[in-house]
Design a protein around this ligand. Structure first.
Ligand code: SF4
Ligand code: SF4
Length: 430
């Protein structure tokens, strides 16, 4: 093992170790959520995964940014093969070790070479848009300056990643003009511009710059909104595959209501008799939410597509579904830090409800599902809103006056109006 292999192995070990440690913490935080069965219908879930996560289909609702984003995503998928090869090469002091894959390697390297240019162009356009165009959905009270800086830093890293990948390819084919593994159509076109360069040096510097940037980017992910690069696949797979308008009822409450509305209903028919009633209703803090909702929070890209479609937000209400997701993420991170510092049983007397999300925001929601429909990662802000409202209504009796009146009417009259069912047709006599 050469000196450079040992140095590289140490750097790789530290970088992967640090990333794994942060990933473990995030998984632990997600597991603080309540259980939720999302392991059903694997075939349907896989189809949705292929269409929405790998196909990026929901992004095409806005064609230009959608195509650019999809190019970056697909580019990353292809280029990851080359990154894995570099790690193997670096540890074992090899050169293009995946070259033994023959035809597949030619396709992978050719795609990577072309995608590097497309990703480069897309990122430059994204940067231009961020810096010089005032896109409304990138603003909002929940959007701090750090969100914008985070996005620019990631774009700059990706631009340098693509440049170093191309210069590494140019160096490689320049050093081995007649006997190289793979296919590099665009690097071949660019090679004549580098004839006077020291191609060995260019290749070696590009190799190190590229792999170090990959490891820096990897370790930046858990601290930034770009963690969706990791989370998008599980998030889409475990997303809600029911019709969007279908509300999840609490089965034990449904049973009571059914019996109340119809005293002749079979008390053992729905739900099954072994369904235990919940310990508490709805959610007050993040630990009352389920693990899918917490995973949603970690997956949010802060793109604002949900907020830009939200009718409450459009009409000047306080509600922003993106803020709901960002607040949930911020709070679960805070709870995780408290556990790290003070142990599992520590409480800071703060809650997601009130300390992060106000009742005014919650009651502004029309439950229209436009946010869920618009989200490119199938994130469901409405489910969090409904759970927080459920807590307000069922644990604190803190619904707005208009709703309390309606609840009383349903309880007393079996209908939302102030009349009993027997009086329903009285208007006819008049
Ligand atoms: S469901 Fe609520 S938060 Fe989502 S878009 Fe409709 S009003 Fe906005
Ligand atoms: S919830 Fe979805 S649409 Fe809304 S900001 Fe996050 S990723 Fe974008």
């Amino acid at each position: 093992m050469g000196k450079s292999s040992i140095i590289f192995s140490c750097i790789l070990f530290l970088a992967l170790g640090f990333f794994s440690y942060n990933l473990w913490k995030i998984i632990r935080n997600i597991r603080l959520g309540k259980s939720k069965n999302r392991f059903d219908q694997p075939l349907k879930r896989t189809k949705i995964l292929l269409k929405i996560a790998f196909g990026q289909t929901k992004l095409f609702a806005r064609p230009i940014s959608g195509i650019l984003h999809a190019l970056v995503y697909w580019g990353f998928l292809v280029i990851t093969i080359g990154t894995l090869e570099m790690m193997v090469d670096g540890v074992f002091n090899l050169d293009r070790s995946f070259g033994v894959l023959g035809g597949f390697y030619n396709v992978a390297t050719a795609s990577g070479d072309v995608m590097a240019v497309l990703v480069f162009v897309s990122c430059i356009m994204f940067m231009f848009r961020r810096l010089f165009l005032k896109i409304k959905r990138f603003s909002g009270k929940e959007m701090k300056k750090s969100s914008s800086i985070d996005a620019i830093v990631a774009l700059v890293i990706i631009v340098f990643l693509m440049v170093s990948l191309l210069t590494m390819n140019i160096g490689y084919i320049g050093i081995h003009p007649d006997s190289y593994f793979g296919s590099f159509p665009l690097s071949n076109l660019l090679l004549p511009y580098f004839v006077n360069w020291d191609l060995h040096l260019l290749h070696d510097i590009s190799w190190w710059v590229h792999i170090i940037l990959v490891l820096i980017f990897l370790n930046e992910l858990p601290y930034s909104k770009h963690f969706h690069v990791v989370m998008s696949i599980p998030n889409v797979y475990f997303s809600n595959i029911e019709n969007l308008g279908k509300m999840e009822n609490i089965s034990s409450v449904t049973k009571e209501v059914k019996l109340m509305m119809d005293p002749n209903a079979d008390p053992y028919a729905t739900p099954p008799v072994d369904t235990p009633p919940p310990e508490s209703f709805g959610a007050k803090d993040v630990t009352d939410l389920n693990w899918v909702q917490l995973m949603n929070a970690y997956s949010c890209t802060e793109c604002g597509r949900c907020t830009s479609e939200c009718p409450a937000n459009q009409t000047g209400k306080l509600l922003s579904p993106r803020k709901i997701m960002m607040d949930t993420r911020q709070r679960i991170k805070e709870v995780g830090k408290n556990i790290d510092k003070h142990g599992k049983d520590y409480t800071d007397n703060k809650t997601l409800l009130n300390d992060y999300i106000s009742t005014e925001e919650l009651w502004a929601c029309t439950t229209c599902n436009a946010c869920t429909q618009a989200c490119p990662l199938n994130i469901d802000p409405l489910s969090i809103i409904v759970d927080l409202r459920r807590h307000l209504v069922m644990e604190e009796s803190a619904a707005p006056q208009e709703l309390n009146m309606m609840f009383n009417n349903v309880e007393n009259n079996g209908a939302p109006w102030q009349f009993s069912a027997a009086d329903r047709l009285k208007w006819k006599d008049e």
